[in-house]
Design a protein around this ligand. Structure first.
Ligand code: GDP
Ligand code: ZN
Length: 445
């Protein structure tokens, strides 16, 4: 602390950000501090919990924020209202803990993948904490739990916990010891309860009477830095609804999917984006189950959402990408067919959504969310037949050349008529019934 002209300057750590100011820990005490407008120039990052700041303390007066010191690390996500801007979740942290549950609330695996990408970008070590394990009836047969434990193989520590039974709390404390960490996750996964359990543990081990613990965040608060035990600093954050990631090209994005990198050398194209290209080793690995499908789906989601080349015309009304190509959108048309290479517009499709190429009638089996098309192995889907639906609407039947999945979609006005006709009459070329005797049979009938 320095003194001069009645002003005392000191450095401190932001423990909470409030409107117009923050709470700062200075010399072991938490003080209220006013953030003067003059102290931050335009373009400077928003103040975040974990920031190291310098303060002025005019004698007898309030603490005034003077400057924010350069950050060692920061974990951020895209602002949901302005995706071009970043929101800093926490600054100067060593460890980012994503708390998830399998039930109550149910697991969103894409959040895990987004979190891992964000922590890799920020240079912060990630940890996955699976809480409320007491609610899981059959641990051995839980696909969600085995999916989460599999992140361990990627070098990510996974700690299984229950605040109710106390399982894993010691291990979590061990992992947090000597570090400043941030706990993030959906609302209700138990972040505050876990921090409370750490406090409780400290109190019991110090044989202290049960006193009112420094209960964390209030419902409206974004984040708060707490010290449940000596040597452990945790930032409790409010419920995470989304985890937007800044724009990345396919090449940048796959740096964050290490298991893709391993097999991408087997792709035919060196610049393969693993979306619509043929002979893609990554898609093959998804098909062979050596890459988890959920990881591939997360990759597609991140690529689709954040690819600046994508425009609205490539997205169907339900926010799903076209089945043709996801990333080859250029001046000649919104899509380029992965089978015949023709440029394809949506004008005659009836919607802004193209399920197949009007030229060769092939489709690409590449939806990133289940529900629309039956499966999504990334294989090319061959047109095999036409049929008429209830109501007289004609549709094409596609069969995936890789996994054999079938799907059907509406015939559009500009679909190749000759090909459609050849598909319609194809069964008649080798009928499993006596077509040459049709006349006789009809007469007899
Ligand atoms: P946060 O929004 O992530 O901070 O979640 P809270 O800590 O407020 O917890 C949400 C609810 O889950 C509360 O009712 C907790 O009592 C409950 N909860 C927290 N951890 C566990 C756990 O391990 N098992 C069970 N069964 N309930 C838990
Ligand atoms: Zn590829």
């Amino acid at each position: 602390m320095t003194e001069g002209q009645g002003n005392r300057a000191s450095t401190g750590l932001v423990t909470m950000v409030v409107r117009g100011g923050c709470k700062v820990r200075v010399d072991g005490q938490v003080v209220d501090c006013i953030a003067q407008n003059a102290s931050r120039s335009a373009g400077e990052p928003e103040l975040a919990v974990g920031d190291e700041v310098t303060l002025m303390h005019p004698s007898g007066g309030l603490y005034l924020l003077e400057s924010v010191l350069p950050r060692r690390t920061s974990l951020s996500k895209a602002d949901p209202r302005r995706p071009d801007l970043e929101q800093v979740i926490a600054a100067n942290i060593d460890l980012a803990v994503l708390v998830v549950t399998i039930t109550e609330p149910s697991l969103r695996i894409s959040l895990v993948d987004r979190f891992l990408v964000a922590s890799r970008i920020s240079g912060v070590t990630p940890l996955i904490c699976v809480n409320k394990i007491d609610l899981l009836r059959n641990e051995e047969n839980s696909p969600e739990l085995s999916c989460l434990l599999a992140y361990n193989e990627m070098g990510v520590e996974v700690v299984v916990c229950s605040v109710v039974t106390g399982r894993g709390i010691d291990r979590l404390a061990q992992m947090l010891q000597g570090k400043r960490s941030v706990l993030i996750g959906q609302k209700g996964v138990g972040k505050t309860s876990l921090i409370d359990a750490l406090f409780r543990d400290a109190e019991l081990s110090a044989a202290q009477p049960q006193k009112g613990r420094a209960r964390g965040r209030s419902a409206t608060m974004q984040a708060i830095l707490l010290q449940p035990k000596p040597g452990i600093e945790v930032i409790d954050t409010s419920g995470l609804r989304d985890f937007g990631i800044r724009r990345m090209t396919a090449q940048e994005l796959q740096e964050h999917f290490p298991e893709f990198r391993v097999c991408a050398s087997g792709c035919e194209r060196r610049d393969c984006t693993h979306t619509s290209e043929l002979n893609c080793a990554v898609k093959r690995a998804v098909h062979d189950k050596s890459i988890r499908r959920s990881r591939y789906e997360s990759y597609l989601q991140l690529l689709g959402e954040d690819n600046p080349k994508n425009d609205k015309s490539a997205v169907c009304k339900r926010g799903q990408k076209s089945s043709l190509t996801t990333s080859t959108i250029d001046a000649e048309g919104p899509f380029r067919c992965a089978n015949c290479g023709e440029h394809v517009g949506t004008e005659n499709a009836g919607t802004h959504h193209r399920n197949h190429c009007p030229n060769c009638l092939y489709s690409l089996h590449l939806d990133n969310r289940p529900g629309d098309r039956s499966a999504h192995c990334g294989g090319l889907m061959e047109p095999i037949a036409v049929w008429v639906r209830h109501g007289g609407e004609w549709a094409l039947i596609h069969r995936c050349k890789e996994c054999g999945a079938l799907s059907s979609n509406r015939i559009a006005a500009d679909d190749n008529e000759i090909l459609l006709l050849s598909l319609a009459v194809r069964p008649l070329s080798s009928p499993p019934f006596p077509l040459n005797r049709l006349k006789d049979l009809l007469k007899r009938g």
